[in-house]
Design a protein around this ligand. Structure first.
Ligand SMILES: Nc1ncnc2c1ncn2[C@@H]1O[C@H](COP(=O)(O)OP(=O)(O)O)[C@@H](O)[C@H]1O
Ligand SMILES: [Mg+2]
Ligand SMILES: [Zn+2]
Length: 363
């Protein structure tokens, strides 16, 4: 019996879709190597985003098709990933030690931006990335509480700060440096300055992703931050009500203005799930997130229910992704994490990190 060719295997891979991107593996440039030895086929897949919890499922998708080919008896599939640095605003340079900054923003406060940011960060970490979180909500820092971390960061030289560690991710927040009980009065320029310092003076350790929990709103402070922090992509959190969506749209416009790609939106508090009987009720209406995504041509990354356990877990310092990693809600956060990272992987790379700077001199 004639053995299969690598080309035939590749053609077959063109019919298998990467579920996190919605394009086939060849089109995603994820097929790194194909080897054929007699009736044995080995396939190496290299994704641009972490996907620990979906490895097996993706291998099965591929195996189901390739094993059908005539002359194939044994299929060996390895799935790995390599996270690259993606470009930032034209006038800025990416930060050292941080491959990608992902900003999490919302049009207004109280929509669950911090809850989403911390669960997104933890989900990226669970999927296999090295992750940090910067709590940039200087008015109401909540990451120390949400990560269940207290104490003060160490500084060996009196200038730089070691990030704190919570549930396996690196974290920095103004909440670690000032007393939570003492309200601070910040003027706009002070906010940006303090945040630039927190970002730049923290000794982040080789992060694939730094998730930034931005202050809520789309005012001057947020705009300045969006201009000054080198961001590779933004995620916008909204609740499904019309007014919230209106504010979220302002967020989209703000990132458009500073040329930061919006990776997608997350609809939070979508349906209420009754903790007594489990029945679902869309108290804030339905379809808002979908509509907004469609109208603005951005992806709806996922929808989180209004669920008492999300609040109890995050407010208790053990966000859902950590306290019930196998729950439906954790699955949704992980799917959002994979889709966010996959979307980012499809953006242009930061070539400065790859090629030496070329200087052309007139002689
Ligand atoms: N999907 C959800 N279901 C239930 N409670 C939630 C959900 N998302 C957030 N919360 C709760 O709502 C409150 C506000 O969330 P938070 O993340 O602090 O909002 P923001 O950062 O946008 O101001 C918190 O007490 C949080 O625990
Ligand atoms: Mg918050
Ligand atoms: Zn009920």
């Amino acid at each position: 019996m004639a053995s299969v060719s690598a080309q035939q295997v590749e053609d077959t891979l063109k019919t298998v879709e990467d579920p996190n991107i919605g394009k086939n593996f060849v089109a995603c440039k994820a097929v790194k190597d194909i080897q054929v030895e007699g009736d044995k086929v080995s396939i190496q897949i290299e994704l641009g985003y972490p996907a620990m919890s979906m490895r097996e499922q993706m291998a099965t998708l591929i195996n189901d098709k390739v094993a059908q080919l005539e002359g194939v008896k044994d299929v060996d599939i390895t799935i790995g990933w390599k996270i690259q640095s993606h470009s930032v605003q034209k006038s800025l340079k990416p930060l050292e030690n941080i491959k990608n900054v992902i900003a999490v923003a919302s049009g207004k406060g109280g929509v669950g931006k911090s809850t989403t940011a911390v669960n997104l960060a933890l989900a990226l970490s669970a999927e296999g990335a090295t992750v940090g979180i910067l709590d940039a909500d200087i008015y109401g820092p909540s990451q120390p509480r949400m990560l269940g971390v207290s104490g003060q960061p160490e500084s060996s030289d009196g200038k730089s700060l070691e990030p704190m560690l919570g549930h396996g991710i690196q974290a920095m927040s103004i909440g670690f440096l000032i007393d939570e009980e003492t309200p601070m009065i910040w003027r706009g320029p002070m906010v940006t300055q303090a945040l630039e310092q927190l970002l730049n003076d923290t000794r982040w350790r080789d992060l694939d992703y730094l998730v930034v929990d931005l202050p809520p709103g789309t005012g001057d402070v947020q705009l300045t931050l969006a201009q000054k922090i080198p961001v590779s992509g933004a995620v916008i959190v909204t609740t499904p009500q019309d007014i919230a969506l209106l504010d979220a749209r302002k967020g989209l416009k703000m990132f458009e203005k500073v040329e930061v790609p919006v990776l997608g939106i997350v609809e939070n508090m979508s349906v209420h799930i009754c903790s007594q009987c489990g029945h679902e009720e869309p108290i804030f209406g339905t379809g808002g997130g979908e509509r907004m995504a469609q109208e603005n041509d951005v992806e709806l990354l996922g929808k989180l229910p209004l669920d008492m356990s999300i609040r109890e877990q995050v407010d208790g310092g053990e966000p859902t992704v950590i306290s019930s990693p196998d729950s439906r809600v954790s699955e949704i956060y992980k799917e959002i994490a994979r889709k966010t990272a996959a979307k980012l992987a499809g953006q242009s790379k930061d070539y400065a990190a790859k090629f030496p700077k070329i200087v052309i001199q007139n002689t």
